[in-house]
Design a protein around this ligand. Structure first.
Ligand code: NFS
Ligand code: SF4
Length: 655
């Protein structure tokens, strides 16, 4: 082996997942994200710090000591803030486009044009009706649904005369007042997206503070899109409840037709699950032992929590399952789908099936997904996979024999049901009392992606182990949850291995109270769903704050995106800060080119919202900083509660 090849082979091992490392250790026919990361080094410093402007085509203008202004006179703070707004808009657009499809499918259902879909959860529909004060008494589900869909459409399309209802009705009174005071309440999702793009056009807003407020408004538009997505997916496909399954590449079964579903939107993948059951016979007739479905990224999370479909891997390693030679089809919908998949698939018999008219890949097989014929299309996809399986024949498959137990599916409703077994009248008190007694040191949501700037999965795992040891109740979504699934952290065994005494006692109390309801024991980390489901965790924070009679900035609750990558992670981070949470990000985002913007993100935001960002690339240090943030809040909360008691007043709700 030449020196060059040797060096590359060492450099690309940027992962801790043994299944990933096993595949990477082979001589592969095609490069992967791990190789391309190496090939991209060194990356441009201007882009990395946010001081490259390409907003008009006089640019790119790059800020340096020698040239501190763009051609138009824009300085670093304007350029960095403008880029931030546009990233937040990118994230908000992605989430809201996803949820728009769910909303439109429900509209089609109402109009009789979505024959394969139905209301799976009338309870969720009723809960939404109650939240939005929609009359339910004596009305059919479809009548209630029509009002909910209209409300959702208004939140997407309103031009004037009100603000988004999905924020107003889901946050604490304190947050609602704060968002209005700061004038960051979106009129509607589309209005915010359009006005934010206009505000960041060449020669528009140059005021960094004004731009940052706009980025928070875009963040809240993202929150609306996500929340609608979660709520309506629950109506359409059911509220997730705990499921027991397995994860990682060992779930691939060479004797079966292996189909991976990848992307974000459950509309087609739910149909694929149904079609796979119906076409099991056809798969067997083709000589296979049946159909093995598996998930990647957030589509994987969606079908994991509702259907128990095992996750095969997460974002960074999405190309590698194909390299086992055993994946017959990978069906993708939208977002986080690497274009590189197709080139890898072409080295094997694997079919990449694209299904969305706004996410095509040259060379892939395209199925023009349409809710009118969803189930038929899902069957078409399965038949493509069965044909590919036949083509695979006796070709060698090399599958890492690595898989771990997974317990997932902890919607907020499922969490309340667990807590309710201890305190039926006030389930949330199970958490707030554990926080008050110090049994739990706080609650942390792990969200977000993988980013090859770090070692794949390393920050996720390091931080979770550190916080679990320190008795922090852990929640996870998105590819963070994907890391935990495939590496055994969503298993009951992980409780014994990693939980501190307080966390262990807390989880075991839930285990004992729910023994008759659960198929097994509870996991170390509670999987709350896909990225779109981050609002489930925020709703928990809101419930904790309301129960304690304070606003969110006072409660020991934090969020972390240890390996953030996408624009969606940026918009999620922004609204979490606006919600009043400390938000750790394990990758430094492109804002450090302006001291002013960076300072606002790290400090000034704290004064205004009580939430702020923490950039820390080292997992152990990131965990320490979160513990510090939680402890500070617990201490303040205690002082506050004691003062309120002494003076017989209610606790101040303001930040
Ligand atoms: Ni969230 Fe989910 Fe994963 Fe990141 Fe992509 S799949 S929506 S963006 S990479 S967590
Ligand atoms: Fe350069 Fe200004 Fe155009 Fe940006 S908007 S590319 S800073 S001239």
């Amino acid at each position: 082996m030449s020196d060059v090849v040797k060096k590359k082979a060492v450099d690309r091992n940027r992962a801790i997942d043994p299944a990933v490392l096993e595949v990477l250790s082979r001589e592969l026919p095609m490069d992967t994200a791990y190789d391309r990361y190496v090939a991209q080094q060194p990356q441009c410093k201007f882009g990395d710090t946010g001081v490259c402007c390409r907003i008009c085509i006089q640019g790119p203008c790059r800020i340096t000591a020698k040239a501190p202004k763009g051609i138009c006179g824009a300085t670093a703070y304007t350029i960095v803030a403008r880029n931030l707004v546009r990233s937040a808009v990118g994230g908000a657009s992605a989430h809201s486009d996803h949820s728009k499809h769910i909303l439109l499918t429900l509209k089609a259902l109402l109009d009789g044009h979505a024959p394969d879909y139905k209301i799976e959860s009338p309870e969720k529909l009723k809960a939404l009706a109650e939240r939005f004060e929609i009359p339910a008494e004596g009305r059919t589900d479809l009548e209630i649904l029509a009002d909910v869909v209209q409300l959702g459409m208004d939140d997407y399309m309103r031009m004037t005369g009100g603000k988004v209802k999905w924020v107003e009705k889901t946050v604490t009174p304190g947050r609602f007042a704060k968002f209005n005071d700061c004038d960051i309440m979106p009129t509607s999702v589309f209005e915010t997206i359009a006005s934010a793009m206009a505000q960041t056009h060449m020669g528009m807003d140059a005021d960094p503070v004004n731009l940052i407020f706009k980025s928070l408004e875009a963040g809240l538009a993202d929150y609306v899109g996500m929340h609608i997505g979660t709520d309506l997916s629950d109506v359409l496909f059911g509220i997730p409840v705990p499921v027991y399954t397995e994860a990682n590449m060992g779930v691939i079964d060479p004797a079966k037709v292996n189909i991976a579903v990848h992307g974000h939107n459950p509309l087609l993948s739910e149909m694929i699950v149904q079609a796979a059951r119906e076409l099991e016979g056809e798969a067997k007739a083709a000589g296979s032992a049946g159909i093995q479905l598996m998930g990647i990224c957030c589509t994987g999370n969606e079908v994991l929590m509702r259907q128990g479909v095992p996750p095969v891997t997460n974002f960074a390693s999405q190309e590698l399952p194909i390299m086992t030679g055993a994946i017959d089809a990978m069906v993708v919908d939208v977002q986080c789908i690497m274009p590189g998949l197709q080139a890898v698939a072409e080295c094997y018999h694997t079919r990449i099936v694209t299904t969305s008219k706004n996410a095509k890949i040259p060379g892939s097989h395209y199925v023009d997904y349409n809710e009118e014929k969803a189930l038929d299309q899902a069957k078409e996809v399965i038949r493509i996979a069965i044909d590919a399986y036949k083509e695979r024949g006796d070709a060698e498959c090399i599958i890492p024999a690595i898989k771990n137990k997974v317990v997932a599916g902890f919607s907020l409703e499922a969490m309340y049901s667990l807590f309710g077994a201890i305190n039926a009248d006030a389930p949330i008190k199970v958490v707030t009392e554990a926080l008050a007694s110090g049994e739990l040191r706080g609650v942390v949501l792990f969200a977000g992606c993988n980013n090859l700037k770090g070692i794949h999965d390393e920050n996720h795992i390091t931080m979770a182990k550190e916080l679990a040891k320190n008795n922090v109740l852990l929640l996870a979504t998105g590819c963070a949850a994907g890391s935990y699934a495939k590496l055994g952290m969503l298993s009951p065994e992980a409780v014994d291995l990693y939980a501190g005494d307080g966390l262990k006692a807390f989880i075991n109390r839930l285990n004992d109270a729910n023994a008759d309801k659960l198929q097994g024991k509870l996991p170390l980390i509670f999987h709350m769903g896909s990225c779109v489901d981050n609002t489930r965790a925020t709703n928990l924070a809101t419930a904790i704050a309301n129960d304690l009679g304070v606003d969110i900035p006072k409660i020991p609750f934090a969020a972390s995106a240890p390996e953030a990558m996408s624009e969606k992670a940026i918009s999620i981070g922004l609204w979490n800060v606006a919600m009043g949470l400390p938000v750790h990000v394990g990758v430094v985002p492109p804002v450090t080119g302006s001291e002013l913007v960076n300072g606002i993100a790290l400090q000034v935001a704290h004064d205004v919202y009580g939430g702020y960002f923490i950039w820390e690339t080292d997992g152990k240090k990131g965990a320490d900083k979160l513990l510090e943030a939680l402890d500070y809040r617990s201490w303040k909360l205690k002082v506050h509660a004691q003062t309120a008691e002494r003076f017989e007043t209610t606790a101040s709700a303001a930040w």
